[in-house]
Design a protein around this ligand. Structure first.
Ligand code: KIV
Length: 271
C-alpha cells in the first residue's frame, strides 16, 4: 500500500458537504504534472483533466480530436502531481455516446491507467444509459450540460445556450435526470445565470458553473485562460488572474538576448 500523505483529500462526499454548508467549490483544469502540483498546492478543490487539452495543449480547433490514450496520458501526469484535490477526467468524444458498454470500458481504462478519482461526460437524457453503466463499476460521474463543446458541430456556434424556454426546460429536466441517475456533480457551461441558479437550487448535488453566473455551488475555468497564457480567447465570463503571456514572452526574450550577447552563462553558471 502506498504511504499515506498527511492531507485530507477532497472526495465527492466532501463536495456534497460543501454544497450543504454553502461553501463555494473551486475547480480548475490541469493537464500535466507541474501545473497540477501548483494548482493543487494552492488549494483548488477539484482538478479537471478537461478535453480542452485538445485546444490548449495540442492546438486543435475543437475538443473532438483528442483520444482516450491521450486523455489517460494527461490524467496520469496530473494525478502524480496532486495530493489533495479530487481529480476528474473528461471522457473524450466518441468514447461513451450511444454505447454504454463502451462508456464503461473507457471509464475503467481512465481509472485503472491514470489513478484518477472520477470521470465527466457531456449530455443529458441521451447519455443516461452510459452514466448508469459507469456507476455500476463504482466510478463517480460528473455531468455537463449547457454549452457542451463536443457538440459544437450540432450547435454551430459558441453562443450562450438555453436562452429559449424549450431548451431551458430540457436542461432543467436533464439536470434532474443526471442527479437521479447518480451523478455526484454537474457542470453548467455558458447558460443564463438565472437558469443556472434555479438548477443549482433544484438539485441536491453540487453544480459547478463556467459562464453560468454566481448562484451556483462552484466555479471552473480553463487554467490557461485564467492565467492569461491564451490571449485570443476573450469570452465575457473569463476573468484573467495573471498575464503569463507577457511574463513568459518577456523572460524568453531576455534569455535570447543574453545568449546572443554571450552574457549567459556567466562565470558562476558554469563548471
Ligand atoms: O474540457 C474542459 O476544460 C471543460 C471545462 C470547460 C468545464 O469541460
Amino acid at each position: 500500500m502506498a504511504p499515506q500523505k498527511n492531507v485530507k483529500r477532497v472526495t465527492t462526499h466532501v463536495l456534497q458537504e460543501m454544497k450543504q454548508r454553502g461553501v463555494r467549490i473551486s475547480m480548475l483544469t490541469a493537464y500535466d504534472y507541474s501545473m497540477a502540483r501548483l494548482v493543487d498546492g494552492a488549494g483548488t478543490d477539484v482538478i479537471l483533466v478537461g478535453d480542452s487539452a485538445s485546444n490548449v495543449m495540442a492546438g486543435h480547433e475543437t475538443t473532438l480530436p483528442i483520444t482516450l490514450d491521450q486523455m489517460i496520458y494527461h490524467a496520469g501526469s496530473v494525478v502524480r502531481g496532486v495530493e489533495r484535490a479530487l481529480v476528474v477526467v473528461d471522457l473524450p468524444f466518441g468514447t461513451y455516446q450511444g454505447n454504454s458498454k463502451g462508456a464503461l470500458n473507457s471509464a475503467i481504462r481512465i481509472m485503472k491507467e491514470s489513478g484518477a478519482h472520477a470521470v465527466k461526460l457531456e449530455g443529458g437524457r441521451e447519455v443516461i444509459g452510459s452514466v448508469e453503466r459507469i456507476l455500476t463499476a463504482g466510478i463517480p460521474v460528473m455531468g455537463h450540460l449547457g454549452l457542451t463543446p463536443q457538440s459544437i458541430y450540432k450547435f454551430g456556434t459558441y453562443v450562450v445556450r438555453a436562452q429559449e424556454e424549450a431548451e431551458a426546460r430540457r436542461l432543467r429536466e436533464d439536470a434532474k435526470l443526471l442527479e437521479e441517475a447518480g451523478c455526484f456533480a454537474l457542470v453548467l457551461e455558458k447558460i443564463p445565470a438565472v437558469l443556472a441558479g434555479e438548477v443549482a437550487r433544484s438539485v441536491q448535488i453540487p453544480v459547478i458553473g463556467i459562464g453560468a453566473g454566481s448562484e451556483v455551488d462552484g466555479q471552473v475555468l480553463v487554467l490557461h485562460d485564467m492565467l492569461g497564457i491564451n490571449t485570443e480567447f476573450n469570452p465575457r465570463f473569463l476573468r484573467r488572474y495573471a498575464d503569463l503571456h507577457e511574463v513568459i514572452t518577456s523572460a524568453v526574450t531576455r534569455y535570447i538576448a543574453d545568449v546572443r550577447a554571450r552574457s549567459f552563462p556567466n562565470e558562476q553558471e558554469q563548471y
